[in-house]
Design a protein around this ligand. Structure first.
Ligand code: THG
Length: 367
């Protein structure tokens, strides 16, 4: 249909050659990088994540490295989740908010040393933000984007594949914890994580010149387990209730609106960015909340580029922020960001291109 022009603004991941060789057929743009989204067989790609093991180029999950005597202070100032108990070798899911309490990113934070952290970010420019806050607060840190690129091994057989490469110690790694190691001389960090609820690991490549080699080590090791290429899957993440910041959120969305309240500690220090606003939002009660929705119809009808209006009784109550066909539920499912007056069980109407479509609001996750 068209090609994407290479420019220095739009960076390929170190796994680019490998995924082209795998037959990448579709991609998205994430952190100004090319992120593969399909290899031409969406059905097989989906079931591989659910029942088998899938290999993903998620090099676009960039690391924002914070290094120096004030690294721990800056990490905490950037995040309203209490990090005081985070240990070296541990990762934590941490919302980042601006001064209005709007969620601007939802990274996994990796603590590599007392003076060294990585924010493994979602799709927004956090190094800009981190440098600005560090400078304004007069902190002694260096903020950079190191040569680190994750590759995900996701699905119920992912642990077997990763254990066959590194050894059985990986089976003892706890959720979001990680270990630095190497394989065939390639430096990596191995973490139990990944943007699905089907289990698995992420291998953080620490030498961008070794992408194809690392990809092929796992491609080979995965053969007995039926590994194949895949990508973060909208269907799986929606069924599982994972949030996509920037997709399911807008410039007014707080962590409370999208079910991330348990990652916000309102008693962190007053100098944490956005904490005063978050306390205020909590005191007043959020205006919106995120629910699931099941739409009528038996033909896949995914969301396009824009949110779609949701109405109840003819009046706008919010927006549908994503929509995808669920092969396990045999229905189009989506997320509703709606007034707190709307509740699971309510019947609503989504204003689609094809006309009003009936839908029911439900609790998340779906599965
Ligand atoms: N892996 C790495 N970096 C990432 C992502 C990833 N950066 C971008 C994006 N994904 C960050 N967002 C998320 C969102 C949710 C989860 C992980 C990263 C997640 N959440 C679980 C849940 O919500 O059930 C568990 C959270 C918890 O309980 O701590 O896994 O995938 N490297």
């Amino acid at each position: 249909m068209f090609t994407i022009h290479p420019t220095a603004r739009l960076r390929p991941s170190p796994f680019y050659d490998a995924v082209v060789a795998e037959g990448m057929t579709a991609a998205s743009i994430y952190n100004r990088m090319i992120m593969p989204t399909s290899f031409g067989d969406p059905e097989a790609e989906y079931w591989r994540i659910i029942n088998g093991v899938s290999q993903w180029d998620v090099g676009c999950e960039r690391q924002v490295q914070i290094k120096g005597p004030d690294a721990g202070r800056l990490a905490q100032i950037l995040s309203p989740r209490d990090l005081s108990k985070c240990k070296v070798g541990q990762g934590k899911y941490v919302p980042l908010c601006n001064h209005q309490g709007t969620i601007i990113n939802d990274p996994i934070l990796l603590k590599l040393a007392d003076d060294l952290y990585w924010f493994s970010i979602a799709d927004s420019d956090i190094w800009v933000w981190a440098r600005a806050i560090a400078a304004e607060r007069g902190l002694d840190v260096e903020v950079s984007e190191p040569d680190v690129s994750p590759m995900a091994i996701q699905g119920p057989k992912g642990e077997d594949v990763v254990a066959s490469v590194f050894g059985d110690w990986v089976r003892e790694v706890r959720y979001f914890w990680f270990r630095e190691t190497e394989i065939e001389g390639i430096p990596v960090a191995v973490q139990r994580s990944g943007w699905s609820k089907q289990g698995g690991f992420e291998i953080y490549l620490r030498d961008g010149s070794k992408g194809t080699k690392l990809w092929n080590i796992f491609k080979e090791a995965g053969k007995p387990f039926g590994i194949g290429p895949g990508a973060p899957a909208t269907a799986e993440r929606t069924e599982s209730g994972l949030v996509s910041v920037g997709g399911d959120t807008d410039a007014e969305t707080s962590p409370f609106d999208v079910r991330l309240e348990k990652y916000v500690d309102l008693d962190v220090a007053d100098d944490v960015v956005g904490i005063a606003a978050l306390r205020e939002i909590k005191r007043n009660g959020p205006r919106r909340h995120q629910l699931g929705m099941i739409l009528e119809g038996d033909v896949p009808a995914p969301l396009g580029f824009a949110w779609e209006e949701i109405r109840a009784g003819g009046r706008k109550i919010g927006d549908m922020t994503n929509c995808v066909w669920s092969r396990r539920m045999n229905a189009n499912i989506g997320y509703a960001l709606v007034s707190v007056e709307a509740a699971p069980g309510d019947s609503v109407e989504v204003m689609r291109d094809t006309g009003g479509t009936a839908a029911k609001l439900v609790e998340l996750p779906f599965l």
